[in-house]
Each structure stands twice: as structure tokens, then as C-alpha cells.
Design a protein around this ligand. Sequence first.
Ligand code: AMP
Ligand code: ZN
Length: 490
Amino acid sequence: MSLKVYNTLTRRKEEFIPFEAGKVRMYVCGPTVYNFIHIGNGRCYVAFDIIYRYLKHKGYEVTYVRNLTDVDDKIINRAAEEGVAANEVANKYTAAFHEDMGALGNLTPDIEPKATEHIAEMVDTIAALIEKGFAYEVGGDVFFEVDKFPAYGKLSGCSLDDMRAGERVCVDERKCNPLDFALWKSAKEGEPSWDSPWGKGRPGWHIECSAMSSKYLGASFDIHGGGQDLIFPHHENEIAQTEALSQGRPFAKYWLHNGFVNMGEEKMAKSLGNVVLVRDILKEHDVNAVRLFFAQTHYRSPITYTSDNVKMAAAALEKICNTLENIDHLLALDEPKNTQSSDEFLKIVSPFEAKFTEAMDDDFNTAAALGHLFEFIREVNTLIGGGEVGVEALKGIKGAIEGSLAIFGINLGLNQEAALPGEILELARGVTGSDHLDKELALKSILKARDEARRAKDWARADEIRDRLTALGFTLKDTPSGLLAMYKGE
Ligand code: AMP
Ligand code: ZN
């Protein structure tokens, strides 16, 4: 089955056919760096990180561009409040944003252009818009004239007439139409500014994204993304600016928008004061649980945040961890088992992989894909609890689970080592006589020693090893495939 994506522009799911076969060019609006990001913003960047990972997994060569808006009214206001320079605010929160992206486990985009490093491109774009009659200058400010672009409103689905009817007061008498928006803002005292043909000033927000996306991806590219609140006016304006100059060539082919993270009935937003910061949620919850919490809902649907909802995601993740640990411990026995069970393996792994792909191909339906993963985990538990499973089959199952988790950016390997008790090293030394530095290897060698004792019918030694593991907090279970050792901690 081929990939289908919901396109905000056409309001329907469409087959995904990139401009250039095998290659995807994707632009996602990045943050305005004036404060720490909240989990609503975090959801947006995780959603597009999963989309990026999945496109790469499907074999596309993806160029992912996510900009940094480092000059804007909000940054200037913040700098004035704090009595520091605007670029100090922008630098501080750019660094914080990168820390948060790393802590959230997002891949770094291929290109992260900063607005302040692309002023020349913006000035050129604005000059071209004036020259072609789509923009006008008044007293050092430049505005885009929406009436000159008949398709204005096509993304948000509102006609210019509808929008005009909604306007009650004209806030700026200098504009031809109240909906005309700023491309260039003349400098005010103490604000950052750059030279331009219209005097000193700075770019408007919308022109930043048009100039930077065109520079790195061309005037036509495949995917443009952001949160639903960016549809109007930001993305509508980006389309107007870029398509006015490209003579009918479409700007982005597919427009993808993520739903909001809500607090109760309201959108999480800095202006409403109801935010949970990414850096705070990661103090309370494991990053994998947070990513699972996001992925449990389709990216276009709203999510209600509560700490309990994230805890529920953590509990679900624990089930996957247990299954993977059990598989690891069976593999640690290191003994080739008969491969009779490869039929069993094929019976469950292939259908799981097919269903998972079908869900992800359906507009990146992570919620449905996770449903299939949990169903698969139940089947695997039944399989390994009830009979001998061959080493190759175990490895295949493990690969299928880890491969699907990797698409969500969930890596469970990281914390397993840390979770095991330190005393395991001492026990391994006592049991095997050799020193270990690695707790996982130590556990494997203990389980192997116990298996060997049983095969040699040295029941006393086998039981002693078992008792000592139990004393360290392991729950042990003999299965036809070998001893399962699950560590729950104290
Ligand atoms: P901003 O820095 O405000 O432009 O936000 C950065 C990104 O986060 C944009 O794509 C927004 O649409 C998105 N966003 C903001 N608030 C939320 C929210 N509560 N839920 C989901 N996405 C959001
Ligand atoms: Zn943008």
C-alpha cells in the first residue's frame, strides 16, 4: 500500500507523490525563541520527527528544514522586559530549544536556518514582490496587498470577502485592505534593524519562512508543516508571498498540521498561562513515556494533557520493556534451540509488520500502529510463555518490536543497564569467577551459569543462583525456553 497523507489544502487524504521520485523536501515552522517551549510546541516537533523518521524508514531521501525565528516582536518585548539586548534573548532560548529537542529525543533537522542570517534573501523577496505589484511601501513599512492575490484564503478555506466581513475596524489606515500584512517593519528606537531599500527595519514573520524555505528547498517542495494555529494567517501568507512570485507553481504540495495539546478544554498556550514546559515534564516522566503519550493519538487530533495520562503511557511502555527483557534473557542462554517455532514466528511477525505499515501509511496513524504493536506484544508473550522459541525467531521478534519503536523515536535500550542493581556485578563474580563491568553481561553470565548447572543436574547450585537472583529483586520464571529473569527493583 502506498503512503497517503491528509492535505489541509485540499481537505482530503491524498496519495503521497513527491515532486522528485525517492526524495522528500519538508519544511516545518520552528519556534520563536523568546521563552522555554511547552509540551504543545513539543508535540508539534515530535509529530514531525516521527513523520521524518517514517519517511526515511520508507527509503526516501529526506531534506528536513526547520527554521528558528530569532527576530520578532515577542523577542523584542521580552528583551525590553529583561533589560537585555534582543539577540541575548534569542541566543539563550535557541540554546534552550536545542537542549529540549535533544532531551525529547528528536532527530536534528538537516538544515536549521536562522531568520537573522537570511535578511538579504528576505529583502530580495520583498523587492521582487513590490516590483511585480504585489506589495507597497508606506513610510518605511512594506505591506503585501492581498487583493492582488486572488487565491488568498485557499488554505484556510475563507474567501477574501468572508474575511473582510469579519473585520470591524481598520487598525492601520495606511493599508489598502485591513488584511494586508507586513513584509517589512521600519525600525523603532532600540530595536534590532537592518538596512534595506525602504530604510532601516526588520522583516515580518511570514516573509522569513517564504525566503528560507525557498532558499533551501526551492519555490516548490513536498511537505510544509506546523501546528493548526499556523494555518491562518501564517501559512496563508506564506503561500501568497511565494506563489505571487512563482507564477502559479504550487508552493508546498502537501500541508500537514498537528492538533493541539489541551489543558482541560483550552489550548495550551503561553498567553493563557496554562503551560507545562518540556523541561519540566521530563523531570517527572521518562522521555520514552512522553513520546508514547504523544504517539498514542493521531497527530491531527487534539490531546488532553494530564500527568496521569503520561503515567498511563509509562505503564504501557513497561509492558513492552518486560517482553523485550524476557526475550533478552532467553537469548542470553545462548543455546541454539530447535527452530520448529519459526513457523509460529512467521505467523505473527509478518502480519504485525504488515498491519503496522498499513497504519503508518494511512496518514501516519501512530495510534493505530501502536494498537497493533500492543496486540503483537500479547501474542509474543503467549508464544514465549508457552513453548520453545528458536533463537532466530526470538531475534526476529525483538527486531520487529525495536524497529517499530524506533519509528516513534523510542529507544528502550538506553535505560535497561542503569535499571539493573549494582550488586549484580558482585553476584556474577561469585558465580562465574570473572570480573564484569557491564551489568547486562553480568546478568547474562549468571543466567547461563544457572542453565549449565541444571543441565549438569547440579540442582543445589542451580537453586542457589536462583535464590540469590530472587534476593536481588528479580522475579524468576522457568519456561520451556529457559529461565526468565524480570527485574522490578525494590
Ligand atoms: P510558536 O513558537 O508559538 O510559533 O509555536 C511553535 C509550534 O508549536 C507551532 O507549529 C505551533 O503551531 C505549535 N503549537 C503551539 N501551541 C500548541 C499546542 N497547544 N498544541 C500543539 N501545537 C502547538
Ligand atoms: Zn513559518
